[in-house]
Design a protein around this ligand. Structure first.
Ligand code: MG
Length: 255
């Protein structure tokens, strides 16, 4: 969506603050022995307690054969995105890395964010993968502002991930957000400076670098949602909803 009034801007920022709070609460729960279903229950309860709605629950993305059955996406290790936490729930183990992807609707405005979190002590490569992916998100946000081509953002993300020795997943990426969960434009995590549409003041975008420690290829599981790396390598994922402004981008899903 494009924000056109101060009232909408205030609502967007409040939506982002609320989502960031729920994600921060979930982060504190991540430990060996925790069930993915319990994380999903907690996410849904916190969102509803705030008077808001989970926006992934019941949402059917383009091409999906059924509505998404949970509030939260929980993707562990070689699961890339859209892991379902409440159908055959999993128990987190020491050394896992787990991506938590969450969206909510506050007063009609949708925001979307994700973090990847270590479960206890994790190996050095996983730590490096998570750090590079989070830094790639920061790099993408840093170049995002009105008048810049979308390709500049995509390129900034790709550059950080690849310099760290990792790959970006080509089949998945960021998107416009605000009125619907997924809006135009699709935001690839690779690209060229000067290419793609020009960013405009007021645009609401979800940037989400998705990277792997091995090859970039992903496969979709038979549940219709869970993407895994084809080679079994680990994947990391960080996401913020941002608002494009004249001089830069406002990160709305950050506390
Ligand atoms: Mg997203």
């Amino acid at each position: 969506m494009t924000i056109t009034s101060e009232e909408q801007r205030v609502t967007l920022v409040e939506a982002g603050r609320r989502l960031a709070q729920v994600l921060a609460a979930l982060r504190t729960k991540i430990a060996p022995g925790v069930s993915t279903e319990d994380l999903d229950d907690l996410a849904e309860a916190q969102i509803r307690d705030g008077g808001d709605e989970p926006c992934f629950l019941g949402y059917t993305p383009d091409g999906a054969v059924r509505p998404y059955p949970a509030t939260l996406c929980v993707s562990i290790n070689d699961e890339v995105v859209h892991g379902i936490p409440n159908e055959s729930p999993k128990i987190l183990k020491e050394g896992d890395i787990v991506s938590l992807d969450l969206g909510l609707t506050h007063n009609g405005i949708i925001v979307d964010a994700a973090i990847t979190v270590p479960v206890g002590v994790v190996d050095a490569e996983s730590t490096k993968l998570m750090r590079a992916t989070e830094e790639a998100l920061a790099a993408g946000i840093k170049v995002a502002k009105a008048g810049v081509n979308l390709g500049n953002v995509s390129h900034a993300i790709q550059d950080v991930v690849e310099r760290a020795g990792f790959k970006v997943v080509r089949d998945l990426g960021g998107h416009g957000v605000g009125e619907r969960v997924h809006e135009e434009p699709f935001i690839a995590n690779f690209g060229r400076v000067g290419e793609g549409p020009e960013l405009k003041e007021g645009m609401v975008l979800a940037l989400e670098p998705i990277s792997t420690a091995g090859k970039a290829a992903v496969v979709l599981a038979s549940d219709g949602y869970t993407y895994r790396t084809k080679d079994g390598s680990r994947s990391a994922h960080f996401e913020h909803t941002i608002l494009i402004e004249k001089a830069g981008a406002c990160i709305v899903t950050e506390l």
